[in-house]
Structures are given as C-alpha cells and as structure tokens.
Design a protein around this ligand. Structure first.
Ligand code: AVJ
Length: 326
C-alpha cells in the first residue's frame, strides 16, 4: 500500500527541526497585538475526532445541509461533467466524498481519488477504507498543508473535479483564500471544474449557536489546540486556564473563535520563550467567514475563476458552487 506523498517544505530551517514551520508560525502569532494561532492546528487525531463529533451536533447545520445538497445534485452533475479524477482539499474522513465517488462509479469510469489533508493518520485510514469500498478506484493520498504554498498534483485524468467542501474556505482570510483559489485555477484545464462548499450569511443567532453548542464539544475542540502545542512544541499550556469564546463579527461577516485567558498567566514554549497573558486577553484560533453569491464571485474573479452554478439549500444555510475558468 503506497505511503502518502509528503509535500516537501521549503527552506533549510524546515529540515533542521521537524516543527520549525509550526514554531515560526506560533512565535509570530503569539507576538501579535491580537494573539492568533492558525486553525489548521486544531486537527491532530483527537482534534479530527472532535470535529467529526461537531458535525453530528444538532446546532451544527453546515455538514447536514452540504450533504443533502451533494446527495441531490451529484448524481446529475458528475455524469454531466464526465469527472474522472476527484481531487479533494482537506478530505478528513471523506464522508462526503463518498457521495461524489459513488456518482463517479455510476458513470462506469474506474476513477482516481486524490485526498489532500494535513492529518496523515486520518488520511491513511480513509485511503485504505476507500480502496476496499470502491474496487478499481485509484486512491493517491497527499499529506500537504493547503494553507501553505500548495502545489496541486499533476498527472491527473481529465476532466478533473477539484473539491473544497465543508465551508473550510471560510477559515482563510480573503487574501489567503484568493491565493489558494489561484493555485487551484493554475492547475485546471478548461474541462476541469472546481466544487466549493460555502457557509452562507444568515440569522446571527443561528450561526453563533453552531459554534457554541450546548454539549461543549466546540469548546473542547477549541482548547484541544493548546494540547497540540504542548505535544508538538513542548509548551506548558493548561487548557483549563482558557475559556472558549465564539461570536459573529458582522463587519467582516465571520465567526471568530478565541481562547480567553482566565486570569493573568505565563506560558513557556521551548524555542520561543515565555508568553504573557493578561486577564481576559485572548488568542484568536479561527475565523470562519460566511459568504453570499456576491462575495464568492469576488473571490473567484480575483483568482481567474467564474461561477458556473450556484446552488443553495431551501433554507439558504449553505451553498455548493461550481467554478470554471474565467
Ligand atoms: C471545518 C473549518 C468548516 O469553520 O465551521 C467547526 C471548523 N470550527 N466548529 C467551521 C469548525 C468550529 C469548521 N470548518
């Protein structure tokens, strides 16, 4: 069984310390006036499990809404596009990818599936399960950080479908979102398509409830990032000393998740030093930007893409978008 291909990190420093990129990002983020950590660090094995749990919460509508859209649309869309390769960014456990893969199998093509994720352990599990469930499907997982300079895989069978689902584009500040879309666009041939899942702007209470679930899973997911820093960098965060905060920021149309320091405290991170927290000071751990057709059209236009189909669900909670070369 092939090992997932590891995208090489550039620079000499990256070779000296396996976590040097993480160390540099954490150092930069925690020295900013608004302390900030990249949301990709939620997803160690435990974090990926907690996210799976979030997707099953009654308050967390995006996953169910997106799944229903995929189920109603892919059986028609995939034969229409003639998709032969599915390249999925941030594949996770590939629950939703199965809907697309099943539609591909229905058209009689053997097909290739290239799941790309930061979490190697989840990817390995997913790849072996899918090889078993879809005999003949070629599964070629890639471990890569799509938030970095992401190089889309070449040598795929066309027409290819690049999928970025779950509303994860919302975790990217607009300039970074445009960079990522541009990278995808640069790999696309005219017959290829881009499938994007976006969470839509809606009633603020509905959105805020999705990030403040009553079972406290999102709070645990948020605090798990501190455990990731402890494991990966030898930091000495006590997650109990931080509380979960998630709110809608209407100017930029986004949810912000923070970890708020309970009291003044100091945290040591080897290679960085001592980080001071004032009482009530926060680390922003995630933004989750919410969109409408206009905001997606703007991102697409800036990346050389255009909207071919815009399909929201009946409640306008979530939308699937098909992009093609502009
Ligand atoms: C998987 C990135 C789309 O932003 O809604 C869920 C992650 N954060 N609850 C999102 C998340 C808090 C999720 N994405």
């Amino acid at each position: 069984m092939p090992e997932p291909f590891k995208q090489r990190t550039s620079g000499v420093a990256a070779l000296r310390h396996p976590n040097s990129r993480m160390l540099a990002e954490v150092a930069a983020g925690l020295s900013a006036p608004q302390k900030e950590l990249p949301p990709k660090y939620f997803y160690d094995h435990r974090g990926s499990e907690l996210f799976e749990e979030i997707t099953r919460l009654p308050e967390y509508y995006p996953t169910r809404a997106e799944r229903a859209l995929l189920q109603s649309w892919m059986p028609d869309l995939i034969p229409q596009l003639g998709t032969r390769t599915l390249i999925e960014l941030g594949a996770g456990s590939a629950g939703k990818s199965r809907i697309i893969l099943t539609a591909m199998r229905g058209t009689g093509v053997a097909g290739r599936y290239i799941p790309i994720d930061v979490s190697a352990s989840f990817l390995d599990q997913t790849a072996s399960r899918l090889r078993y469930e879809y005999p003949g499907l070629i599964v070629e997982p890639v471990v890569a950080d799509i938030a970095e300079d992401f190089v889309p895989p070449r040598d795929v069978d066309h027409p290819a479908l690049y999928a970025f689902l779950g509303g994860t584009i919302g975790n990217f500040y607009p300039p970074a979102a445009i960079r990522l879309l541009s990278h995808i666009r640069s790999a696309m041939k005219p017959e290829d398509r881009f499938l994007l899942g976006v969470d839509l702007r809606k009633d603020v209470r509905r959105v805020e409830a999705a990030y403040n679930d009553s079972a406290g899973v999102t709070a645990e997911f948020n605090r798990n990032m501190l455990l990731v820093l402890n494991h990966e960098l030898g930091a000495d965060f006590n997650p109990e000393n931080f509380r979960h905060l998630a709110f809608y920021e209407p100017v930029n149309h986004r949810i912000e998740m923070h970890l708020v320091s309970l009291g003044a405290q100091e945290v040591g991170i080897p290679g960085i030093g001592v980080i001071h927290f004032r009482d009530g000071e926060s680390i922003r751990t995630e933004v989750s930007c919410k969109h409408d057709q206009g905001s997606v059209a703007e991102l697409f236009a800036a990346a050389g893409l255009e909207i071919e189909f815009w399909r929201p669900d009946a409640e306008a909670l979530f939308a699937l978008v098909i992009g093609s070369l502009a």
